[in-house]
Design a binder for this molecule. Sequence first.
Ligand SMILES: O=P(O)(O)O[C@H]1O[C@H](CO)[C@@H](O)[C@H]1O
Ligand SMILES: [Mn+2]
Ligand SMILES: [Mn+2]
Length: 391
Amino acid sequence: MTRAFLVVLDSVGCGGAPDAAEFGDEGANTLAHIAAHCAAHRAEGPLRLSNLDGLGLGAAIRLASGDDAPGLDAVPTGLWGAATEVSRGKDTPSGHWELAGLPVPFEWTYFPDTDPCFPPELVALIRETAGTAGILGNRHASGTLIIEEEAEAHIRTGWPICYTSVDSVLQIAAHEEHFGLQRLLDLCEALAPTLHEMRVGRVIARPFIGEGPWERTPNRRDFAMVPPAPTLCDAVQGAGRQVHAIGKIGDIFSMRGIDTVAKGPDAALMRHLEQAVRDMPDGSLTFANFVEFDSLYGHRRDPEGYAAHLEWFDGCLSPILEATRDGDIVIFTADHGNDPTWRGSDHTRERVPVLVAGASGEAGQVAFADVAASVCAHLGVPTVGPGRSFL
Ligand SMILES: O=P(O)(O)O[C@H]1O[C@H](CO)[C@@H](O)[C@H]1O
Ligand SMILES: [Mn+2]
Ligand SMILES: [Mn+2]
């Protein structure tokens, strides 16, 4: 029996989504634009990702979009392809659920990009649940900028800072000491069932500290809707196998089909992944998400920070790939794009690379749900979802 490791590099898209124009994202390409930025502007020169490119990253970018990616021109040794999403959201739950065999079968509710953005009944519910006379924010915003703008008023009034984005989210930022971390988590948890009934995908607690400058802390919590049907995690667990989640996978799947969880910043997650490759039993699935590409660099529109994080990630892979056993597969993919050279601060609709260590050949253009079918086929468990195995 063999093991599967499914590793999502959050937001590391490769352009070319056929419906990108419907999202205002025609031409967005996270990886190709970072590579072009490095080649043209970076003191250290072109993007260098020898492990991922060796598996087929540059080839996947060219296949997905036709765009060039300077510095990524290795001849692939892994199995490589590019995956297209059908769910209507370019958000984290949509991407992960579909990779896990569950294209989202309904339309999410999004809050309009108006000021205010939340309906009065929701504002009343937040006020009542928080025990405050009002809320701050109530608009579309970047999470770091809205803290800059509202933190002083937040500390003065004690009101929570509520905002949203192009994703189906209610985000609440509050100071860990002045407002209280547990109080923030309790508030988000209490609001979540109502928001989920409204088909808002997540309520996200965004705690911060400091007295200006302000700093968000790793105590973020996502209260996500339960997946509306079984996913890859349920299929693997249901076959009596172990499912280990690294990073925010547990939150994204509301712990459905997941046995164990390891969390922390990306550097800690890399150590957890290495340990999982050493320790996980035959027949198991390890499902990891590395979020900092998205949260620290994509949303912050920082192509050089994004490039450095890609190079850090790639540089950590050699010992991990060497520690895999015969018959293991390691799949590297992504859940959506977040082009740091694009306008605004939101995700971008893109295809994503699919690179498999432990297999070889060209998978070509595949579907997100094919990832779940491939993992099921590899592990020899009953398949889940509409996909077909590319292995
Ligand atoms: O700008 P910040 O707070 O990082 O928010 C981002 O994080 C949210 C959840 O991933 C996205 O919807 C986007 O709004
Ligand atoms: Mn994501
Ligand atoms: Mn994001």
